[in-house]
Design a binder for this molecule. Structure first.
Ligand SMILES: Cc1ncc(C[n+]2csc(CCOP(=O)(O)OP(=O)(O)O)c2C)c(N)n1
Length: 369
């Protein structure tokens, strides 16, 4: 809707009526049918499946996904919307998306990067610990911000809510058949765990499947906008409070005996707990759980600031930090072939100090050294 309104303003087309649908189900059918009846041509833009379009009684004037005017698949990005609106209005499309992007990149002086976890995100530290503990692990994962652990080569799968746990069972059984056992370390967010992780964990305990489940507890449902969940005890409606369901107790209630909570920023503590957990899982043929706790950076809680720098003489330009820590604040300078800290993104979480195998990332002391 916002893209369409921007576009019509840009084109100076005040003569075009726009109907914004707030509830596709139940659809205000009288309003929609009346709108369509009053216009010769109606362009219908909706993500993702043509839910509104299929409910319209008379679709003869409607151009949408169902009749193929709007591409049946793919996201309705601003570029696609612009093309469609211009086509429907008989206007020529003026926008060159590539040029716009190039200009913005030059103006902001940034290096284009793929999507990454936020600076200071506790998940980054947890993934680093997982890979450090088991560089040859199998890493089933799930859906949330933490799916971005794929950048740190610590997310092998992401199918649907809860699949990290059930796939771990599957990988364990497959390995049992071929007589090998590589460490299986699954990752799941705290919210996803309550949502769909519990049944798989009960299944794993009941059927004696050995794997480590790392629950990434950032105290929020970050990816979808920061909703609370049973582990937080808060409710969406202000002033409405619920009762906390502690993750540890839910895990124990599933029958898991090995449960350990660690501070996500503490990589050494995480590595140690993961190794213990895998030993326990293998020996007892059952799932073991490590909870990585640290609040999401978007909750804006105060935390100690640890300013860091990359010591140029020590950095060998191996890109290990870029490839396995993957922080927006750590950048590789192609001319000097060294890593450096981009102060614009660094939130001084200090976790990267533990990352460089050559010790090139160092805390800046009070004297600025
Ligand atoms: C069946 C289903 N319901 C809802 C969603 C929407 N959704 C995407 S990620 C997510 C939860 C993410 O929260 P969490 O597991 O705590 O991870 P975080 O994003 O905080 O790292 C939800 C509910 C979904 N993908 N699938």
């Amino acid at each position: 809707f916002a893209v369409v309104m921007d576009l019509l303003t840009k084109l100076g087309r005040k003569d075009i009526s726009v109907l914004k649908i707030g509830t596709p189900h139940p659809l205000p059918l009288d309003l929609v049918n009346d709108f369509i009846a009053r216009h010769e041509n109606v362009l219908l833009l909706e993500e993702t499946y043509p839910v509104i379009e299929l409910q319209i009684t008379d679709r003869r004037n409607v151009k949408g996904r169902w009749n193929g005017y709007v591409p049946r698949a793919g996201e309705l990005t601003p570029e696609v919307v612009e093309e469609l609106v211009c086509k429907a209005l008989g206007e020529t499309c003026t926008r060159d998306a590539d040029e716009d992007l190039k200009k913005a990149i030059e103006e902001l002086k940034i290096t284009p990067k793929p999507p990454m976890l936020c600076p200071g995100c506790p998940h980054r530290a947890s993934f680093f610990a997982i890979r450090k503990a088991f560089p040859d692990g199998i890493y089933p994962s799930d859906i949330g911000c933490y799916t971005l652990g794929v950048n740190q080569k610590t997310v092998d799968t992401s199918i649907c809510m809860g699949a990290s746990v059930t796939q771990s069972s599957g990988f364990y059984l497959a390995h049992k058949v071929d007589g090998q056992l590589r460490p299986i370390v699954a990752t799941i967010g705290d919210s996803t765990f309550f949502h769909m992780g519990l049944p798989g964990l009960v299944n794993g305990v009941y059927n004696k499947h050995a794997f480590v489940l790392a629950i990434l507890d950032n105290q929020v449902t970050a990816m979808t906008g920061g909703q609370p969940h049973p582990g937080t005890g808060q409710k969406l409606r202000k002033g409405d409070s619920g009762r906390i369901v502690p993750i540890e107790r839910a895990v124990k209630g599933c029958g898991v005996e090995f449960v350990k909570r660690v501070e996500a920023y503490d990589i050494d503590e995480g590595v140690k707990a993961l190794k213990e957990a895998w030993e326990y899982a293998k020996d007892h043929r059952e799932p073991a759980v490590v909870i990585f706790g640290h609040p999401c950076m978007l909750l804006r809680q105060e935390q100690p600031k640890v300013p860091v720098r990359v010591e140029e003489e020590t950095c060998v330009g191996c890109k290990f930090c870029i490839n396995f820590f993957n922080c927006p604040g750590l950048v590789f300078d192609e001319s000097s072939k060294k890593a450096y800290i981009d102060e614009r993104f660094c939130v001084k979480c200090g976790v990267c100090v533990n990352v460089c195998p050559h010790g090139a990332i160092q805390v800046i002391s009070e004297e600025g050294k």
